[in-house]
Design a protein around this ligand. Sequence first.
Ligand code: PFF
Length: 486
Amino acid sequence: MRTSIHGQWSSRWIFILAATGSAVGLGNIWRFPYLTGENGGGAFVLVYLLCVIMMGIPIMMAEILLGRRGRKSPINTMETLAAEEGLNPNWRFLGWLGVLAGFIILSYYSVIAGWTIAFIFKTGMGDFVGANAEQTTTIFSELISSPGILLFWHSIFMFITIRVVSRGVSGGLERAVKFLMPALFVLLLVMVGYAMSTEKFLDGLKYLFIPDFNSLAEKNLFSDVFLPALGQAFFSLSIGMGAIMIYGSYLSKDSSITSNCFVIAIADTSVAILAGIAIFPIVFTYGLDPSDGPGLIFISLPIAFGQMPFGTFFGCLFFILLMFAAWTSSISLLEPAVTWLVESKKMSRIKASYIAGFIAWLLGVLTALSFNYWAFEFSFAGAIKQNGLFDIFDILTSNIMLPLGGVLVAIFTSWLMSRKSTVDELGLGDSIAYKIWRFTIRYIAPIGVLIIFLNSIIVFIFWLTVLFKILFILKINSLGSKGFGK
Ligand code: PFF
C-alpha cells in the first residue's frame, strides 16, 4: 500500500476536523449570505442545497477517493492514477487547473480574511457600540478604501498561512481546529439568539427559506441563480480544486470515505444556514439592502454587536473565530501547490511554502486595489458588481473553474477508472450505497453542471468580452510604453 511522503492524519477525527476546517470558512459566513442576498434569497438557497446533495457530496467522495489512492499532490496523483488505469497522463492538467484556482482563490481570500482581522480590533475597541446602519457602513467603507491598511492585513494573514503550511499541515492544524470550530458554532448560535430577538426575525427566515419566484421575474434563472448557487456549493465544500484531494491523501486506508463526507458536508452546510439565519433578520430590521454585496456581514453584524449585552466581547470573539476559520481554509488552498513543489521540484517544504505563498500574495495586491484605486463596475448574473478584479477572480474560480474541475473528477472516477478500483477504495462493496454514488456521479453531476453551463452561455460571452478588454488594455499599454507618438 502506498503512503504519502507528506505524512498521515493521526486519526479519522483529525481528518474530519481538518476537512471541515477547510470547508468552513469565509465561504459560509461571508460569501453565502451576500450571494443569497444578491441572487434571489430562498430560490438561491434551495438550489444551493440541491447542488450540495446531488453533486457536492458525491464529488467530494470521489476527490477523497482519488487523493487516498494516489497519495501525492493533486497534479502527481492524477498523473499516477491515469497511468495505473491506462489513461492519458495529461489528466495531470486537472491537477494544474486546481492549483491555479487555488492560487487565485487564496489571493483574494487572504484580503477578505484581512478585513476580519481589522474588525477584531474595531469591535474590540468598541467602535460599534450603539452604532446604526449608516455608521457601520461608513466604518466599512473607510476600511476598504484604504489600500495601505488592506495590504497590511492581507500580508499578515498570508504570512500566518505560510507559517502553518511550511511546518506541515497536520501539526498546527489539528490543534487549531479541535477547539475553534466548535467555538465558532456556539457563537453563531448566540448570534441566532440575538436575531430571534429582532423585529424582523420571521421576515429573515422567510427570505431565506421560501423561494419568491416573483422576485426572480427579471432574472435568468440559470445564469443568475443556478450558476452562482452551483459555484457556492463547490466553493463552500472546498471541492473541484484538489484541496480535499490532498487532505484525502493523508487519510488512512481503513477510514470510511462515505461517512466522513456526510459529516463534513452537514457541518459545512449547517454553518452557512446558521449564518444566514443570524444575518438576514438584522439586515431587515435595520433597513439594510440584502443585495449590498461583499460588505454585507461587515455592515450588518456590527450593528448587532453594538446593541447586544456584552456585544464588544462577543463581537471581538466572533471575528477572531472567523479569522481562524478562514485560516484553516486558506491552508488547504496553499497545500496542493506546496506538495507539488516538494515532490516534483525537490524543494524543502519551507521554501516551497514561501514561494507559493508569495505568488498568491502578489496576486492578492490586485484584489486589495480593486476596492479602491482600481475599482470598476460591471453587471453580472443580474447583480451589479462594483469591485472589478476581485469579482472577476471570484466568479471565474467558483462559478467556472471549480465546477469544471469537479465534473472532470466525476468523469475520471466514474467513467474512466475501473469499477474495481473505486469499489476497492470506497469500501462499500457492491451495495446500494455504492450504486447510488456511482449513478449520481456518472449522470447527475456531469449532466447537472452541463445544463447549468450551457444555459449560462451569456456568462461565457461575458468572459470573452472581459478577455478582449484585457487584451485591449494590454495593447494600449504596450503602445504607450513603446513611446506612442514619438
Ligand atoms: N471552503 C472554504 C470556505 O468556504 O471558506 C473556501 C475554500 C477552501 C474553497 C478550499 C476552495 C478550497 F479548495
